[in-house]
Write a protein that binds this ligand. Structure first.
Ligand code: NAP
Length: 332
């Protein structure tokens, strides 16, 4: 039997991946979307991407009342499936890209998938401070997390002092969410001005139980209980980034919200080009990468905007670029 070579495989199932699939399916490209498998990395990484870890999306046009992130991703998926998108619940672990294609994608189940065109839409995952104590407590479920929305409502955080590290929109969003459960939410920021948009800053700062610890870095997490058994966070050690002075802040939960890293590990060993921040480099105004027949869309190729709506727009562009590329080769 002749080996199947798909016209288009899309890796990733956030707004970019699903939008690419909707456009590609409607163009009869019979796309396959590789959605990935859930994992702890050490925080949660889910098919559907970062929106699966977001409560309310208020800035996606068309949802005047807002929409829950997971609900929005289910709608994206349903729309892609309606037009015949095939879904594969595996991870891509390694890629063999051949300029002009076909390309070979190796999956976590040991399979090799072949495709004339590939769209990479694997997004980005949350960053960690990188402290040994932070990672140990995060892995143990001991009160350190990179997702307030996933973990903040747990009973042992209720009416307790909690902290969020970071000064961007994510930190504001997570801290605002936590003010519903916590006695106090401390936002720990390494500078004296926040990076977050004014509206998000104001929303947080209007909460009576929110406060910002300016010019502070978390340098250690102190715990109680037994390591490897029932260890739980009891305080963080802060260092003043101006004076170097150290202090302890008693908190039961630490939520790390210090940005994201593009998910590109599986692309190691390929000839793809990346920018100096590690995001996939794209041709100006297009979704083409430096490898003919390989396209990228969404946060994995965008360190600048990183919004659901911009990712969706990039997914659309990538599907159109792939369709035209396949057409030029007589494959569409
Ligand atoms: P971000 O804007 O890159 O902000 C990261 C924050 O973490 C910055 O304040 C940064 O400090 C701090 N930081 C970075 N590395 C650190 C470290 N090692 N230790 C301590 N602090 C560190 O990331 P983001 O907040 O995740 O937002 C990403 C994008 O998503 C943005 O475009 C944002 O607008 C968007 N977003 C939008 C919404 C919304 O509109 N609903 C919600 C969430 C995110 P410095 O400021 O000192 O660099």
């Amino acid at each position: 039997m002749a080996e199947t070579i798909h016209k288009l495989v899309i890796i990733g199932s956030g707004p970019a991946g699903w939008t690419a699939a909707i456009y590609a399916a409607r163009a009869n490209l019979d796309p396959v979307v590789v959605v990935g498998v859930p994992k702890q990395d050490p925080g949660p990484v889910l098919p559907g991407g970062q929106l699966m870890l977001t409560t309310e999306v208020e800035n996606y046009p068309g949802f005047p009342e807002g929409v829950a992130g997971p609900e929005m991703m289910m709608k994206f998926q349903a729309q892609a499936e309606r037009f015949g998108t095939e879904i594969l619940g595996e991870d891509i672990t390694r890629c063999e890209f051949v300029p002009g294609g076909p390309h070979t994608l190796h999956t976590s189940e040991g399979r090799a998938i072949r495709a004339h065109a590939v769209i990479i839409a694997t997004g980005a995952t949350a960053n960690w401070i990188g402290l040994e104590s932070e990672m140990r407590l995060a892995r143990a479920g001991g009160g350190v997390s990179a997702c307030a929305v996933c973990d903040g409502a747990l009973p042992f955080f209720r009416n307790q002092p909690l902290a969020v590290v970071g000064g961007g929109d994510t930190a504001m969003e997570e801290a605002t969410y936590l003010t519903k459960f916590a006695s106090t939410v401390h936002v720990i920021h390494r500078r004296d001005t926040l990076r977050a948009s004014k509206v998000m800053q104001e929303r947080l700062l209007s909460k009576p139980n929110a406060r910002v610890e300016w010019n502070k870095a978390v340098v250690d997490c102190l715990s109680e209980g037994e390591v490897g058994k029932n260890e739980k966070l009891r305080a963080v050690v802060l260092e003043d980034t101006v004076t170097g002075e150290r202090s302890e802040l008693r908190v039961k939960g630490l939520f790390v919200a210090i940005g994201h890293t593009p998910s590109t590990k599986f692309l190691r060993g390929t000839a793809l080009e990346f920018d100096d921040k590690g995001y996939i480099s794209l041709a100006t105004r297009h979704s083409h990468t430096n490898i003919d027949g390989v396209f990228a869309a969404g946060d994995v190729a965008d360190s600048e905007y990183r919004q659901a709506v911009t990712a969706a727009g990039m997914g659309c562009a990538a599907a159109l670029d792939a369709e035209r590329w396949l057409g030029r080769k007589g494959l569409a």
